[in-house]
Every structure is written in structure tokens, then in C-alpha cells.
Design a protein. Structure first.
Length: 303
């Protein structure tokens, strides 16, 4: 949130969203009614960013100023009508301009520093926004899709069952019973201490990342229909049976376009930040020569 937006949401919108909207709407209606009864409608002007909408002590407030505040308003104010927002934002910018002139040209040190930080942040954000925008082209999105989905092996899902017991010896004994022809589901119902035991140990379908690493590794290494050696996890010892494996359908490009575009933006921004920082001539203070607690010394900002 920018400094101006913060001003609007705290002091500028002092009456709260509903009260502010009601006041602005009432004033707008009153002005409209007066204009209707007292004078013909004014000629509409052509909007532009540099259109002056108010002047305060010689300082112009432009439509561009209002637009930037409008864009940065919190979500709860975004649904208000443009007529309400226009009047409300303009009123507050007029107030700000009237108050800001109190400082003159002799600004406190903390204000000068805050303005420096704000300018640097805005310029950096704009530069990175351009980098991000340039990175997202149809060709780049298609290439990212091909790499992630079209030309990549299909992701798999697994359907497995297990029997959970406390010791490796118990697990090995169950495997021997299975090798002798025992039914896996019946053994699970009789011996498993896990919640899936009453259901024959069936875990259903799951993908990679859904199970703890040792369990997943055993499943991935198995062939459908096979039974694992004892597998130890933090829950105990498992005897795992892989019932079935299936490939997940690959998503259509449009279904993942936004995700791919966001990844491209983030990668481009990070690459640009790294490249620019490495290429820049940077000198830093020796951290052995300063107490990090100095960052909390607000008194240093006082003139």
C-alpha cells in the first residue's frame, strides 16, 4: 500500500466506507439537483492524465493523481461507484495538498528519507513490471507448457493397500503368510493397527507427495500387484501392496496458462534482479563495524 493510499484508508476515509459513500453520494446528488435547477449542464471535458481537476495554493491535482489512488485502494472500496470515489478521493487530495504546504521546502529528515525510499521502491517496481510483462509471450507460455506437460512424462497415481504393525518381525511374518497364499485384505483387517485396517488396508488413489517419503519410495519402485518388503516410517512397519497404477491426464494449455505465466514472470524478475545486482557496483558497510540494533534507532531520524 502506498503512502497516499494509507492516508486515504486511515485519515482520508475517516468516516468509514459506508458513511463516506453515503456522504459523497448525498453531496453529489445535491450538486446534481442544484445544477439541474440553476444552470444548464456543463460541457464534458476530454479525460487525460494531466487534466487538472483542482488547484490548491498553486499546486495542481490532476486526473492522473486520482487514478493512481483509485488503483491502489483496498478491496473493500473497489466496489464503490466511480462517482463516489471521484468526489471522495478528490476531496482528500485537496485536504492533503492544503496540509502538505505547512512543511514548506524545509522537510524533516525522516520525511526526506521516506520520500527517497518511496521513489526507489516505485521505480524498481515499475522496472520489474516491464521485465515481467516482456517475459510473458504466447511463444514463452507454449514453450513452458511443452516443457512442463506436453514433452514431459505423464504424472502417475497409485492405488495401494497396506498393513501397519509395530515391529519388523510382525511385518515379515505377514509377508510370509502372503507368500503362502493368504488374502491381503483379510490379513489387514486382522492385524493392521492403522485406520485403513477395517477396510482391508485400502488407501485408494494418491499421487506423489501424498505419502511420507519411505512409503512413497516403496510404492514407486513396485510393479502393480506386487508386495513390498517391510517398510519403516514414523508410524511403524508397513507391508505394502500396489494394486494399480494409472497416468494422470495432462491439462490443456488454457487450464494452466495463468500458472505458467506467473512462473515466467517470477523467473524473469528473479533473473533480472540477480543480473542487475551482480553487474552493479556495490559497496557495503563492514557488518563487524556496526551494531545491527542501530536499525531500531528512530531517534537518528530526528533533526
Amino acid at each position: 500500500m502506498t503512502r497516499l493510499t494509507a492516508f486515504l484508508t486511515s485519515a482520508a476515509l475517516v468516516c468509514g466506507g459506508a458513511a463516506w459513500a453515503q456522504t459523497a453520494t448525498t453531496e453529489a446528488e445535491t450538486e446534481t439537483n442544484e445544477a439541474t435547477t440553476e444552470a444548464p449542464a456543463a460541457e464534458m471535458v476530454t479525460p487525460s492524465a494531466d487534466l487538472v481537476v483542482a488547484t490548491v495554493n498553486g499546486t495542481d491535482i490532476t486526473l492522473g493523481h486520482l487514478i493512481m489512488i483509485r488503483v491502489g485502494l483496498p478491496q473493500e472500496y473497489q466496489s464503490l461507484g466511480d462517482d463516489v470515489l471521484f468526489q471522495g478521493i478528490l476531496d482528500q487530495l485537496v485536504q492533503q495538498a492544503a496540509v502538505a504546504s505547512d512543511l514548506g521546502d524545509d522537510l524533516p529528515l525522516r520525511v526526506e528519507i521516506a520520500l527517497d525510499n518511496e521513489r526507489r521502491s516505485i521505480l524498481a517496481a515499475e522496472a520489474l513490471e516491464q521485465v515481467a510483462a516482456d517475459a510473458v509471450t504466447d511463444e514463452a507460455v507454449q514453450a513452458a507448457y511443452d516443457a512442463a506437460y506436453a514433452n514431459a512424462p505423464a504424472e502417475q497415481e497409485f492405488n495401494a493397500s497396506h498393513i501397519l504393525v509395530e515391529t519388523e518381525e510382525e511385518a515379515q511374518a505377514l509377508i510370509e503368510e502372503l507368500n503362502g497364499g493368504a488374502d491381503f485384505a483379510e490379513l489387514a483387517k486382522e492385524h493392521s493397527t492403522g485406520p485403513s485396517g477395517p477396510g482391508g488396508g485400502l488407501l485408494g488413489w494418491f499421487g506423489k507427495g501424498a505419502m511420507v517419503p519411505p512409503f512413497e519410495a516403496a510404492v514407486v519402485a513396485m510393479e502393480a500387484g506386487g508386495v513390498s518388503a517391510p517398510v519403516q516410517t514414523q508410524f511403524g512397519w508397513h507391508v505394502v501392496k500396489l494394486n494399480e497404477v494409472r497416468d494422470l491426464p495432462k491439462p490443456e494449455l488454457d487450464a494452466v496458462r495463468a500458472e505458467l505465466a506467473n512462473t515466467l514472470r517470477q523467473e524473469a524478475i528473479q533473473a533480472h534482479l540477480t543480473a542487475k545486482t551482480e553487474a552493479a557496483e556495490v559497496t557495503r558497510i563492514d557488518m563487524e563495524t556496526i551494531d545491527p540494533a542501530a536499525i531500531s534507532r528512530r531517534d537518528l531520524l530526528e533533526d
